[in-house]
Design a protein around this ligand. Structure first.
Ligand code: FAD
Length: 252
């Protein structure tokens, strides 16, 4: 897989607060093209030379001219607070990547159908899944029909759902893409969604509505979210070798 370990300068060309806690940044940098699901390392350097680096998934569809990141501001978070509160258009950051050879879609070099795909994201863990959904949407109808996709996306509230309207539009325009939101605080806004955490019964209900057998599952979010979801999936008889997981860290 294309993977560059050299740091390169990138210029922030656009910044937008997209939910109460998430800021999207669009960066122009001469890096290799990415595959949906990969991430970049971002390095910041203070005037006194102090450096901090963190990983951020690429939200953009492959081939997009700018690298799109969606960063959730964590309380006392060193790098996320900087990117969300202080960074300005025109600032330079260093980037390394794209990185990652396992958490990618399509799952192999052929670039073709992968069978039914289940995506499960918690909080900002939806970001690489959005890149996957965007990448799939750019493919022809035959590829999409051969890779039906269900995205289960859990966030605190309706307002905290990143890419909410874009995902709803994808679902409206593509009968092979199904979307279910789970909001853990606050009400649901669509009848089909769930106003509770993803648990075994909810997963069973969503999979029954979908009517497909997942050949591949991508799970992304905080460590605790990924652990809970993967063990729930295995309880539901989804073989562990079909599950690909990306852990963002933290405990919540
Ligand atoms: C492959 C990969 C891709 C990632 N992609 C994204 C992304 O697209 N968007 C995004 O917002 N983040 C993403 N992350 C998480 C990101 O790398 C940072 O860990 C996060 O922004 C916190 O960094 P910080 O410097 O702000 O917090 P720190 O100063 O490192 O930590 C502050 C506090 O937050 C806790 N914490 C750290 N990480 C998390 C977490 N993920 N969840 C909950 N609590 C946490 C720490 O334990 C600490 O208490 C990704 C992580 C990985 C490994």
């Amino acid at each position: 897989m294309a993977e560059s370990l050299h740091w390169r300068s990138g210029v922030i060309e656009r910044i937008a607060r997209t939910t109460p806690s998430v800021t999207n940044l669009w960066v122009r940098a001469a890096v290799a093209p990415h595959i949906a699901g990969q991430h970049m390392d971002v390095r910041l350097t203070a005037p006194d030379g102090y450096q901090a680096q963190r990983s951020y998934s690429t939200a953009s569809a492959p081939g997009a001219p700018l690298i799109e990141l969606a960063v959730e501001a964590l309380e006392d978070g060193e790098v996320s607070s900087y990117l969300c509160e202080i960074a300005q258009v025109g600032d330079t950051v260093e980037l390394r990547g794209p990185i990652g050879g396992h958490f990618i879609w399509p799952p192999d070099e052929s670039g073709h159908a992968s069978g039914a795909v289940l995506l499960v994201g918690g909080g900002s863990g939806v970001v690489p899944l959005v890149s996957i959904v965007r990448s799939r949407a750019a493919r022809n109808g035959a590829v999409r029909a051969a890779s039906p996709m269900l995205l289960l996306y859990s966030a605190r509230s309706w307002e905290e759902l990143i890419y909410r309207d874009e995902l709803i539009a994808f679902e409206a325009n593509d009968p092979t893409f199904m979307l279910r939101f789970m909001t853990t605080r606050g009400e649901k806004h669509r009848d089909v969604d769930f106003d509770q955490r993803l648990n075994e019964m909810l997963l069973r209900t969503a999979l029954a509505h979908w009517g497909q057998t997942a050949q591949l599952v991508y799970v992304c979010g905080s460590n605790a979210f990924v652990e809970t979801i993967t063990s729930t999936l295995v309880h539901q008889s989804i073989p562990a070798e079909r599950i690909r997981a990306e852990r963002y860290g933290g405990t919540s």
